[in-house]
Design a binder for this molecule. Sequence first.
Ligand code: NAP
Ligand code: ZN
Length: 346
Amino acid sequence: MPSTPALSAPSAGAAFDTTTIDRRKLRARDVLIDIKFCGICHSDIHQVKDEWGGSIFPMVPGHEIAGIVAAVGNDVANFAVGDRVGVGCLVDSCGECEQCRAGEEQFCSKGAVPTYNGRGYDGEPTFGGYSRQIVVSDRFVVRIPDSLELHDAAPLLCAGITTYTPLKHWHAGSGSRVAIIGLGGLGHVGVQLAAAMGAEVSVLSQTLEKKDDGLRFGATHYHATSDPETLAELAGSFDLILNTVSVNLDLEAYLRLLAVDGTLVALGAPSQPASVHPFALIAARRSLAGSAIGGLAATQDMLDFCAEQRIRPQIELIRADQVSDAYSRVERSAVRYRFVIDVATI
Ligand code: NAP
Ligand code: ZN
């Protein structure tokens, strides 16, 4: 069993320890990956702090993984040693249910296995990308196009696919007016994707502090939601709104920004429930929806699209000993715009 250095949180909210973990022996369809870079998603923070409940400790977070194939099992046909590959939020699913067959493994009816803070079908806890190596079934490995640097590819494996999926599902494109709430990790990739798909993109951020960046990422409009008049002026302006904020907002105030038949998609995953009066929906046949990451085929499409369209996250590369500071900056909305761990420093 290969053992590998990792950053591990021993209990909810505790500081990370540098430790070693065991990875399983390669099964016939497994790929062993030398991880080079791993992004820090706000979901890592929610889970390390047990904000959603049910966290499993010790925890090795990380589901934005980019690296190089180091070995493959006997029956792996699609990957070879030396390939540049990625792993996102999932490492297994039943492969047989309607959702898996439709390429939406994230909705597997048996329950997809998350890359960390979950249990495999063998009952063993899963450990993520804040580590030097990982063993993953080949069905959950994607190929990183040659023109994408590994450190840029990493954040796309969650932030990229999470925003790509709803933009595709709700047909963002030429003639559609898309707003993104929150210019953080998800938001800054979402703006680039929506603009590349041809939509007219607006950013709804707390302040105008990041306006120049938002426009550079492809937004046409940028609004500060802290200005009470802004939301009133924007009533009925958007066909699709992606909410990437990690805490609850006044959803009714944002629903009113939708045109008739518009959709507000919950991507951010706050720990507390939110409430909406049905009138906010009834008034213009609006929908309140949600979306979770995306399937494996869509993840590969998204990477290829980013390579073609020259979409890159804006990252800050950090060492393993900077992860706690990075977490505090993400929580203060002071991330520009995704932290990526140089895994060689673990
Ligand atoms: P992030 O980098 O922290 O970005 C969130 C952004 O929300 C911030 O940059 C900030 O943007 C805005 N924000 C923060 N606090 C706010 C407040 N009090 N009021 C208004 N706006 C606020 O986080 P992330 O990594 O993009 O993740 C965002 C959320 O999505 C998290 O809850 C995460 O768990 C969830 N997520 C969901 C999925 C899924 O499949 N649905 C996948 C990945 C992540 P401004 O400074 O521009 O206002
Ligand atoms: Zn994530």
